[in-house]
Design a protein around this ligand. Sequence first.
Ligand SMILES: Nc1ncnc2c1ncn2[C@@H]1O[C@H](COP(=O)(O)OP(=O)(O)OP(=O)(O)O)[C@@H](O)[C@H]1O
Ligand SMILES: [Mg+2]
Length: 352
Amino acid sequence: MTEVTDLYAARVADGTLQADPAQEAVLPEFERIRSALAEPAKRGLFRKAPPPPEGLYLWGGVGRGKSMLMDLFVETLGEIPNRRVHFHAFMQEIHAQLHEARQGNAEDALAPVAAGVARDVRVLAFDEMQITDITDAMIVGRLFEALFDAGVVVVTTSNRVPDDLYKDGLNRQLFLPFIQLIKERMVVWELTSPTDYRQDRLEGAQVYFTPIGPEARAAIRAVWTDLSGGAAEPLHLKVKGRDVVLPAFRNGVARASFYDLCGRMLGPADYLAVAEAVRVLVLEDIPRLSRNNFNEAKRFVTLIDALYEARVRLICSAAAEPEMLYVEGEGTFEFERTASRLREMMAADWGQ
Ligand SMILES: Nc1ncnc2c1ncn2[C@@H]1O[C@H](COP(=O)(O)OP(=O)(O)OP(=O)(O)O)[C@@H](O)[C@H]1O
Ligand SMILES: [Mg+2]
């Protein structure tokens, strides 16, 4: 079995990672968990199983390497049953299961649902824990308590210090025990690296590929593989009861085609939700726009506005340069701003 520290060192040695003292400093925390779980259970008649190790709540600014470190840790777990999942996706599963359990008239729906989760794993690795939704806020406390009690070790990444979770949220006082629970059962660690590696990786890189063709496709695939760094999953965003789907998502990076996002009946609220959920959007196959696809074009304008406001990085392939995407018919005037924003978003320092 590989130790987390060794795996990190190997990645530095083969040039995949730059050595970063702030990242190195947290490796022993991951290793503490891995080694505790890797120990063969010396369970005898009179020996109680040792208590599970404390989890880890790793927080800090964007692009510092939190998700990368967590993935590295998960890689070292080997046979130890684990699951790495985006926090938002996990909570959606929980809500669906709660819904089902309630149909079955379970008195306390949360207990069997938590037990079901705990049955399959010893480690839950959550990427991007954030709580913005009151329905999440009101159940996480009891959910996590049940998971901890069942011996599950939780590792999570977040952009916020625990005390700022669900900040200014409705009924926040009911949420405070969850913060307390995190502090009791997890080591809270700030990753203070000065480098935003995501920005670093994109610095000077081409982000706008035209025309659409095999070359653009291959280039986009390469950027996506580099940034996402692992198997992606769809991300479902619930917006006013609607299901907005990003077909592939990992590590803050989403990949979608123009038609996925602009060919469907989506509106400003949906694009705001998308812009909020991702740091980088890889958008493929933006066609030439005209009155023939006026609705798609209008949605594209709204999407770019939302991404621009949220300072999301955009990497895309398009049929033409921004200024040549929409050259005739109604809407060309509005599109000038979009073209100019697209230009700006191509700049090396965009989003910093
Ligand atoms: N030491 C490093 N050397 C080279 N690349 C790195 C290093 N650390 C992280 N990266 C890369 O930088 C990118 C951003 O890292 P990562 O996704 O882990 O950041 P994060 O802290 O999770 O950011 P966010 O808060 O936005 O989720 C990834 O592509 C990752 O592989
Ligand atoms: Mg991350």
